[in-house]
Design a protein around this ligand. Sequence first.
Ligand code: SF4
Ligand code: SF4
Length: 506
Amino acid sequence: MDVRFQLSMSFNLDKCIGCHTCSVSCKNVWTSRQGAEYMWWNNVETKPGTGYPVTWEDQERYRGGWELSGGNLRLKLLKGPGKIRTLANIFFQPNLPTIDDYYEPFTFDYQNLFNAPLGDDQPVARPKSLITGEFMEKVSLGPNWDDDMGGSPLYATNDPNLRNLSASQKELLTKFHKLFYFYVPRICNHCLNPGCVASCPSGALYKRGEDGIVLLDQNICRAWRFCVSACPYKKPYYNWANGKSEKCIFCYPRTETGQANACAHACTGRIRTVGVLMYDADRIEDTAKLPEDRLVDGMRDIILDPFDQKVIDAARKAGAEDNWIMAAQRSPAYNLFKKWRISLPNHPEFRTLPMNFYIPPLSPILHQAKADRGGSFDPEANDFFNEIDKMRIPVKYIANLLAAGNESLVIESLKKQMAVRMYWRQKRVGDVGEGAVRNALTATGLSEEDVHGIYRINSLATYAERFVIPETHREHKTAVDPRNMYEKRGSVGFGQKRKEFPSREW
Ligand code: SF4
Ligand code: SF4
């Protein structure tokens, strides 16, 4: 057992109001620079929708992530055998997103509003490109271009998550009185098996064993842009001004001192929590190779029980500090993903083992149920609890987004959330029968303690409960020495060849 630590963010999608405060905080702190104008390390997408860059989830087009080939994992990006694959792609990668897939960054000519000469017409602020400095005829794309346009035939119908939905299910998404949409905030997932790390010909990317943050060393980066292609989430970006790639750094200067990430700290809806997970690095490759329908359970298995004495002993032996072990025991990420099994990873089928998790939204289901029942919702209806999987809202859609198509995982999470709501409705309003609540708790396997815990973390939790981030002991060495990464690129997990796995001190 090789115990490592991972900082992990969880998002409650029911609570996101799509305000983009997170994106703006991140941009102000990290990417308000030349060459980085088009980058949104944190962005928020409306779903169903096409996202940023456009249709990033379509790996037939972008070829990010891993695929299984003859029982082995290999990057989708590279075709052909061995090193030839890298060489064949090194000067031209046909699957790289272009600026047209992101958007041409622009500002407006605000000065004209003040300085325009006297005339018959109202002065206007025309859009100006932040790349060329020229006026733009029209703005045709932006990082949240289809904001609030869920359900529109133009955007919703091009969403890659609609695959495998029946024609009638797809039609429902665009029927005006039935449509729903919700928001999905996205940052780099700081994956356990990061495609970006494995793909870099220069070995510029690395994952830190002590906190799981994936970083890019710009001194080593040679602008090959393999990381951009190989990341299925399209979270590394190429800075056209300085010729280096860059990516979300999980605000490590903040987390190392125990502070929440800028996006999470600023989040208006308080939808985000941050906590520590302990995992077994020896099992990364086996987990990433699991069949699609078992990937999420495999990811839950690789996360270790922070109360297990054997795990604690192994972590201490490896040099972990007690404050990290104690943080793992109070971790919202652990409770939501592993203990209560209500949060899920984004597109686990990309096989990078993403380490941020989403609580699937119940609201569209309720919305749809109300529409089905003529606009009313009877909380007493035990039937409703049992019929979540039969609702006309396509659970399949959420499963495609968060569970590699495995609907049972989404239904499990939704039923648990519904049981929590019924419990509190019974307590506070009293119009749900005690029997119905008891049945719901039994059916979902939740104890009253679980219900209180789930309710607390999603509603009243204080800053200290939402962000359980231990300070880092920077006086100790990191698990991976970036100076050696050139030799260790190209394989799964930490981007290192297993036989060269370094002894570790942190
Ligand atoms: S592969 Fe994972 S760790 Fe790498 S940039 Fe993409 S999301 Fe982040
Ligand atoms: S700040 Fe929070 S609520 Fe607002 S868009 Fe971002 S994640 Fe959603």
